[in-house]
Design a protein around this ligand. Sequence first.
Ligand SMILES: [Zn+2]
Length: 529
Amino acid sequence: MKRSAFLLAVSLLFMSCATMAQRGQPLVTRAADALGGADTLAAVKTVSLRGTVRQWEPEQSMTAGGEARFACESMFEAVTDVAAGATRIDWSRKFAYPAPRTFTFTEVVTPATGYVAGIDSNGRTKQSLEATPPAHTMSGLRLAATQRELRRGSVVLLHEMLKNPDRVSPVGDVTVGGTAYPAVDYRAGDQTLTVLFDKATGLPARIRTLDYDNIWGDVIFDLVLADWQTIDGVRVATTRRYELNGRTVSETKIAGGKINGAVASDLLAIPEAFRTGAPKPAAGAVPYQWVIRRQFIGTYLDSDAPSYDTRATSSLRLVELAPGVQHVVGGSHHTLLVEMRDAVVAFDAPVSDGHSNWVLGAAKSKFGGKPVKYLVLTHHHMDHAGGLRAYAAQGATLIVGKGTADHYRRVLASPFTRNADLGARDLRGTAIVEVAERHVIADGQREVHAYRIDNPHADGLLIGYVPDARLGFATDIWSPGAGPLPDKLNPALAALVAGVKKAGIEPTRFAGGHGSVADYAPLAALEGR
Ligand SMILES: [Zn+2]
C-alpha cells in the first residue's frame, strides 16, 4: 500500500471511530459507569431476581375508553445465565379478570426456543392439552416478544450496547412529560429499543418501543425504570413500570436478587421433546401488544396465528347456522355473518385486521360478492373489536352500543402505520350508528336486529338477533356450547335472559363470539332457580 493510501485508511479509521463516539456511545458509556462500571457489568454471569408484578388491561375496561381493568397480580423468581442468553421464570399468577384463578407455571427462554411447563392460559393449545403433564413450546411470536422484553429489562443491556457500538445511534433528545432525555436507538436483530437517559444520573430512565395496538393503532410502549438499588455491586431498577401511550399497564417490584449466584444448569434445560421442531423467534411484524397483553388476563393463545391454533387447524372456517347465516369459527373468537338482499351484516371484528381480511374474503365468496355494509360490534374489548379497521376500510357502517361512538371515533382517528394487515388510510369518515335500545337493519326481505342490554361485562353491550332464523348472537356474557350450563344463572347469564325478555324476542338458539351454538330454552329455564 502506498504511504498516502495508508494514511488515508488510517484517517478514515479514526474518523469512523470518532463518528461512532459521537453517535451516542458516550451516553452508553456513562450509563454503564453509573450501573457499576463496564468491568463489573462484563463480569455478570448470572442474575437472579424475585418480585411481584401487577397488571391492568385498558382495552378490557367496563366503559369504552374508561378506567383500565385490574387484571393480575403475580409473584416470580427469575434466573438468567448471561453467556447462554437463557432465562427461567417461575410464576404464580393470580388473575382477577375475566375470572378469578391462579396459574402456576414456568417459562424457559433460550435464543432458539421458548418452553412453558404447566398451564399458563385458558386459551390452551392442542400441544398443551395433549402433554402430560401440561407443557408446550412457545410460538415464534411469543418467543420473539418474550426475548424483546427480557432484553429490555436486562441488568446487562447497557453492557450489550457497549459491546455493539455499531448498533447504537443517537436520536437526539426525547421529551416525556416536559422532561428532555438524551436518547439512542439500539438495534437487536429487527427490533429497535430507544433508550432514554436521565440527564442528572446518566442511568437509563425509559426504554421505548414503537408498537402496533389493534385498538389504538400506532402506540408508544415504555419501560420506566426507577428506585435503583445496588445488588452485589450492580445498580438494578427495582421498580419497572410499563406505560402504553402514557398509561401504566404493568408494574414490577423487585424484592431481592443475587448477581453471580450459582445456577444449576438443569434449571435452564428444555426437554428434548419440546426442543425438536420448536418454532424459532418470529421476525418482522410481531403483534407485540396482543402477545404481551393477552397474557395479562390469562387468555393468550400461544400460536403463530394469533386467532387460531396452528397445531389444531390450518384456517378459520364457516359453519352454516341457517340459510344465509354463517358462523365464522375455528379460532378463539368468532364472527356471525348474515346475508341480506344486497349486503352482508357482520357481528364482531375479533383479534386483528388479518382475521377480518379472512372473514371479508370468505363472506365475499360465500355471498356472491355482496359487500359487508354493516359491522355490529357487541362491545369495545380489544379481542372482539381489534379487527374493525378492515371493515371500515371497505366502507362498512359501524353499529355500536350507547355511549361508545366517541370511543370508536377516537380509535378510527388514530394513525396505524404499523398495522401489518392493512395499509394506512383515513378512516375518520366511517359512519357510526349508536344504539340506545334497539336497531333494525331491514331490506324488505330480512331483518337483523341489535339490542343494547344491561350487563356486568361492558357498558353499551349489544346482542344480535336474526328473527327469521330465531337466532341470537351474544359475546362474552354467554359462550353457547362452550360447556355445560351452570345450575343457576350467574350475573352475566341473568343479564342475557333479562335482555332477551326486555327485547321481546323469541330466540330458539344462540351463537357466540366464543363457543359455538346452543339452544336457548335450557338457559331461559334457569331463571328463578
Ligand atoms: Zn369482553
